[in-house]
Design a protein around this ligand. Structure first.
Ligand SMILES: NC(=O)c1ccc[n+]([C@@H]2O[C@H](COP(=O)([O-])OP(=O)(O)OC[C@H]3O[C@@H](n4cnc5c(N)ncnc54)[C@H](OP(=O)(O)O)[C@@H]3O)[C@@H](O)[C@H]2O)c1
Length: 247
């Protein structure tokens, strides 16, 4: 059984990815930060439908906790699934923080940097020795790196950094048989930063070829497929999942 980790799986896109992975027969380690009850409910839901999952606490902004998290992952994978190696990681955990450059505060800037760029870098570094040949890492980027919107600069800049990091990870991890791709969603209906403002939704509908905002299921299946073998020759790519936003 392939064991994969999905960060930020208590809600939103991560939760849907965890479900999609379990449906495809993967054993899922679903991480949560504040949403312990939501994560527990997800694990139960997956078990009820015949899948396998376990929830672990992780704050991706706390790099000094990663070594201990890695040990927990090892223990869970071994105890639950007799697995000594991982087959995949989805760096999904994230938060919003949207304000124009003119007034954006330094603390908020640093917080976004830790969650969206520093965290995925060092978490992946920590888990690297555990990945089997044939593993797949998916970094969740964003359409905001391609299309600029007012107020999104630091978030988009760090997502852009993550997308660049994807290519470097693919280069350095290739000899180990690990592939790394970015999935870059357009606007997806979740509670990120309080949800999508109405006027933004209207603009997204107008500027999206398929004429609507995305739902978590639009992204989840793509990510789960990338973790599987059908996409085993796709590497170092940025795959935008936006219904055709600003084309
Ligand atoms: N929604 C969109 O339109 C959209 C578009 C493009 C990209 N994305 C990206 O997609 C990813 C998921 O976003 P979403 O829309 O699903 O957001 P969401 O519904 O707000 O869920 C965010 C998830 O990330 C977790 N999280 C937040 N900060 C964390 C931290 N410091 N450490 C660990 N976990 C943390 C949350 O955990 P707890 O709730 O347990 O604290 C939650 O599970 C993010 O990387 C986001 O940037 C979203």
């Amino acid at each position: 059984m392939q064991t994969v980790i999905v960060t930020g799986a208590s809600r939103g896109i991560g939760r849907a990815i965890a479900r999609a992975c379990a449906t495809r027969g993967m054993a899922v380690i679903a991480t949560y930060r504040t949403g312990a009850a939501d994560a527990a409910a997800l694990v139960e839901e997956i078990a009820t439908s015949g899948g396998q999952a376990e929830a672990l606490y992780l704050d991706v902004a706390q790099t000094d906790s990663f070594a201990a998290f890695g040990e927990q992952v090892r223990a869970v994978a071994s105890r639950r699934w007799s697995a000594s190696a991982l087959a995949g990681l989805v760096n999904n955990a994230g938060e919003g923080g949207f304000e124009p450059i003119e007034t954006f505060g330094e603390d908020a800037f640093d917080a976004l940097y830790r969650v969206h760029l520093k965290g995925p870098f060092f978490l992946t570094q920590t888990l690297l020795p555990m990945f089997a040949r044939g593993s797949s890492i998916v970094n969740i980027g964003s359409a905001t790196t391609r299309v600029a919107s007012v107020g999104v600069a630091p978030y988009a800049a760090f997502k852009g950094g993550l997308e660049t990091l994807t290519r470097y990870m693919a280069k350095e991890f290739g000899p180990r048989g690990i592939r790394v791709n970015t999935v870059a969603p357009g606007a997806i209906r979740t509670n990120l930063a309080g949800g999508i403002p109405e006027e933004f939704e209207v603009m997204v509908e107008r500027e999206t070829a398929l004429g609507r905002v995305g739902e978590v299921g639009d992204v989840a299946g793509v990510v789960a497929s990338l973790l599987g073998t059908d996409w085993a020759w796709v590497n170092a790519q940025r795959i935008e999942v936006s219904g055709g936003y600003f084309i």
